[in-house]
Design a protein around this ligand. Structure first.
Ligand code: BGC
Length: 255
């Protein structure tokens, strides 16, 4: 198995893309730290699926917007499973608002989780790798919106655009330590972040017509790439963004 002997931490793995990635990494042999804001049924499902695969699991409940929680997430994960080799920064939120109506609270909600949380969780992880003199993998779940405008979601776009540059910058700074950094940029995937869209047939139809492959993605359309980027086969890949979007990003055409 490709990830036998490795320990992965997947933030926001109680549901959606994070859940699929956590389970996929376990299928490939990794022990997994499952992180979520709440201990709901769905987070329990992630942990149970990993245990059923015969892998070790540690559940961490915390708020990525809080740096004390991030520090505890890494420290407790290391204590429970011995080390961490792979960090998947998956947790993310979005909030629709016209630009002129965005409040400071909206801004903080989105940027604190998508950017600040990713930034400092990664810092704590890198400190752990340097302290233990080991290489590691950082995989950020970004979005097509690190590249593509998304009107009425300026906070989300600002956070994902920042992840694009953070990936490139850290690839250069951390490469000499054997630490790789890559982004996965999903398009429209059927997950709880899209609940509103999924319940609005007109909106959904308009979006699907923009997707060359003619459908929304499923979490498992994304998880295989995360497993690949975490594996030895991706040892020479760093600083890149990989799109998993059914062709959405490049679909501009004149009618
Ligand atoms: C967003 C979704 C959106 C999709 C495609 C994702 O990053 O979270 O709300 O539907 O991009 O635009």
């Amino acid at each position: 198995m490709k990830l036998e002997g490795k320990v992965a931490l997947v933030t926001g793995s109680g549901q959606g893309i994070g859940q699929a990635i956590a389970i996929r990494l376990a299928q490939d042999g990794a022990d997994v730290i499952v992180d979520d804001r709440k201990v709901g049924e769905s987070a329990q499902e992630t942990a149970d699926a990993i245990r059923k695969l015969g892998r070790r699991v540690h559940f961490f409940q915390g708020d990525l917007a809080n740096n004390d929680d991030n520090r505890r997430m890494i420290a407790e994960g290391v204590q429970a499973l011995g080390k961490i080799d792979i960090l998947v920064n998956n947790a993310g939120v979005e909030k629709r608002a016209d630009f002129w109506d965005i409040t400071e609270a909206d801004y903080d909600f989105v940027l604190n989780i998508n950017l600040k949380g990713t930034f400092f969780a990664t810092q704590d992880f890198v400190r752990h790798l340097l302290d233990t003199k080991r290489p590691g993998r950082i995989i950020n779940i970004s979005s097509v919106h690190e590249e593509l405008p998304f009107p009425h979601f300026a906070t989300y776009c600002a956070s994902k655009g920042a992840l694009k540059m953070l990936c490139r910058d850290l690839a250069v700074e951390l490469g000499p330590y054997g630490i790789t950094v890559n982004n996965i940029a999903p398009g429209a995937i059927q997950t709880p972040i899209n609940t509103k869209l999924l319940n609005d047939p007109a909106l959904l139809k308009a979006l699907v017509t923009q997707i060359p492959l003619g459908r929304l993605g499923a979490p498992n359309d994304v998880s295989g790439l995360a497993a690949f980027l975490a594996s030895d086969e991706a040892a020479y890949m760093t600083g890149s963004t990989f799109f998993v979007d059914g062709g959405l990003l490049w679909n501009y055409h004149e009618q």
